[in-house]
Design a protein around this ligand. Sequence first.
Ligand code: MN
Length: 129
Amino acid sequence: MKILIVEDNKDNLKLFKIIVESGGHAAILARDGEEAVEAAKREIPDVILMDIQMPKMDGIEAAKILKSEQSTAKIPIIALTAYAMIEEREKLGGEWFDGYISKPAGVKDILNVIDEMAQSLRLATKRQK
Ligand code: MN
């Protein structure tokens, strides 16, 4: 699958890219919300992994925009967030996200969520047929 990774921390971005590629997926990278919106519209990824706290445009704002545009509305967005923030997901704009991964995130955390998304996408495609 094609995975868009959005993360302003360079080391995290590099790490997430390695993890995503180790699962046999293609990684597209963005470093803030603005880049994420641009990249998502251009590439139409299968899944987006979205950091919340970023400069320029944060992850919630970017998710809101992507979910309200026709071309990107159906792409699942997984929030990458610190544990404490997961407990506050409703306040965070829980409605804009399809899942959560708590940071620091390991290989399994990330690949499991991508697999889950792949399965639900396959089911949705089957139902349409
Ligand atoms: Mn960040």
